[in-house]
Write a protein that binds this ligand. Structure first.
Ligand code: NOJ
Length: 552
């Protein structure tokens, strides 16, 4: 076990996004200024100092556009405004200005695969009737069978049920998600022009970038060929090697090349981030080629089981694939679509639930989950590239698994008759001060999803300044990450330490050890501890713990 050395070249001044830590704000659940139980922009603005103090570089806001909220805002009725439940365009401007003052960049969510069925275009399409140019912006088809009573093909909605809904005039429209989210037809030049204009609308308002929803779905294979497989929630690519005709089609890349040209005409380093559930990493890396997007979410990492070999395999494959195209990797453990990692990792490796846990399902081991989540985070925040933090993970929040059916709002719950528990459990409003109603989420007790009583002790106030709390762990990790330039380095596995269920790598002079084995791993000679996800025991890194070491 050699002493720590820094073999990484000092990187030239790199653009901010190459190693940024981007914090996802889920607006309806972050902070509620007006007390209606649903978070809002004014609430977020007031709480921005928490994020600056945490030490992140940017904020990504899930959608705040006008929307009937059938899919929590991912059903957009107007791409150039703010929903009154969240505030106004002026509130958005105030948020952006305050964030910039605090040194935080702002990334907004763009939803180009589908609109809401209440978008003006869809209403016009319904009114104009079959064969009209208004309908040509969406994917309308006639049904199969004698009277067209069968859907045009066998495609399934990601949220359950058919991906087609029939209109009273007999025609069907495609929706890969809820029936209130009709898919746009991206072969139509009007659709392309419209979205380039929407990009400019928000770039002109000073946003620093866009997280692009379902980036792998915009273009469908010619002729909409059959695909009668069940769609797993957000499972965008087939493990069998067959490429589903609705995901990851070649045509999407040309769209993003066009968008990149739009962004490059603006000053500052504005970014495009792909939400593309695409595997293997070589396919994902195609979204971040030099003239396309800047970053893509690495869902293979998020889905990797808690096994050293698997984690290493995903890290290596990710870094290799991104290096080929010269793009930074990204690392993410939680978001608003998956079971929070403090709970996901509380299941035996390989049996982690992807989406939703109900009260009658096997429950996670909360203590084990949190220990592993803290270790996973420390490991992740040292990896080369960018990282994403989902609101509340810095508090160690678990998935809320006890939500009764009547409060669940995710359309996937209703569309599957509850078989898919849905994503509400990771969307519960976060606790700020434990001794206030709604734990300080809003001024009163209102909260659109009920908060569990044990969250009082997990609030920001309860953890601030408490040594060893998850919040202080994140603060320390982000400060050290910045100080040592982690994220800007390269990764070299330590051959002496890595093996069995132990992973160890060096980056920027820091040695990172993750112990998944049942035995403690002695702290390497010639090093001093910078930070650990749990207490070292007799100068050894215990099971399910990660630690960062510097040369002594
Ligand atoms: C991905 C988003 O993250 C998810 O929340 C949404 O339901 C789907 N895309 C559909 O827009």
């Amino acid at each position: 076990m050699g002493a720590v050395s820094d073999t990484d070249p000092t990187p030239a001044a790199a653009p901010w996004w190459r190693d940024a830590v981007i914090y996802q704000v889920y607006p309806r659940s972050f902070a509620d200024a007006d007390g209606d139980g649903l978070g809002d922009l004014a609430g977020i603005t007031a709480r921005l100092p928490h994020l600056a103090g945490l030490g992140v570089d940017a904020v990504w806001l899930s959608p705040v556009y006008p929307s009937p909220q059938r899919d929590a805002g991912y059903d957009v009725a107007d791409y150039r405004d703010v929903d009154p439940v969240f505030g106004t365009l002026e509130d958005f401007a105030a948020l952006t200005a305050r964030a910039h003052e605090l040194g935080l960049r702002v990334i907004t969510d763009l939803v180009p695969n589908h609109t809401s069925s209440e978008h003006a275009w869809f209403r016009q399409a319904l009114a104009a009737g079959p064969g009209s140019p208004e309908r040509a912006r969406y994917v309308f088809r006639e049904g199969r069978g004698e009277d067209g009573a069968q859907p045009p093909n066998s495609w399934r909605s990601v949220f359950g049920g058919s991906a087609w809904t029939r209109l009273p005039d007999g025609w069907w429209y495609l929706h890969l998600f809820d029936s209130s989210q009709p898919d746009l037809d991206w072969s139509n030049p009007q659709v392309r022009e419209e979205f380039e204009d929407v990009l400019r609308f928000w770039l002109d308002r000073g946003v620093d970038g866009f997280r692009v929803d379902v980036a792998h779905g915009l273009v469908k294979a010619e002729g909409l060929p059959e695909w009668d497989h069940e769609q797993a929630l957000l499972d965008g690519a087939s493990a069998s090697g067959e490429r589903p005709p609705m995901w990851d089609q070649e045509g999407v890349h040309e769209i993003y090349r066009g968008w990149r040209r739009v962004l490059d005409a603006y000053d500052g380093e504005r970014v495009l981030v792909a939400e593309a559930w695409v595997t293997p990493p070589e396919r994902l890396a195609r979204y971040v080629r030099g003239d396309e997007m800047h970053q893509a979410f690495n869902f293979d990492f998020l889905r990797a089981p808690w096994l050293a070999g698997e984690l290493r395999r995903v890290v290596d494959a990710t870094l290799e694939a991104h290096e080929v195209v010269g793009a930074p990797a990204t690392w993410v453990l939680s978001n608003h679509d998956v079971v929070r990692h403090a709970s996901r990792l509380g299941y035996p490796a390989g049996s982690e639930p992807a989406s939703g846990v109900g009260p009658d399902d096997p429950q996670p081991d909360a203590e084990l989950g949190l220990r592993r989540a803290r270790a996973a985070t420390l490991f992740t925040l040292a990896l080369p590239g960018g990282a994403y933090v989902y609101q509340g993970e810095e508090l160690g929040l678990p998935e809320v698994t006890t939500l009764p059916a009547e409060v669940r709002q995710d359309p996937s719950f209703a569309r599957t008759g509850g078989a898919d528990r849905g994503r509400d459990g990771c969307r519960v409003p976060i606790p700020w001060e434990g001794d206030r109603p709604s734990y300080g989420f809003g001024p009163g007790g209102a909260s659109w999803l009920p908060q569990p009583p044990e969250w009082a002790r997990l609030s920001v106030a309860a953890q601030t300044g408490v040594p060893g709390s998850t919040l202080e762990l994140y603060r320390s990790a982000l400060a050290l990450r910045r100080e040592h330039g982690l994220g800007r380095g390269t990764l070299a596995w330590d051959g002496g330490l890595t093996g069995g269920d132990v992973l160890a790598f060096r980056t920027r002079g820091v040695l990172v050890v993750l112990n998944l084995s049942p035995e403690p791993v002695p702290a390497p000679a010639g090093t001093r501890l910078l930070l650990a996800s749990g207490e070292l025991v007799g100068a050894a890194v215990p099971t399910d713990t990660a630690a960062w070491f510097a040369p002594a």
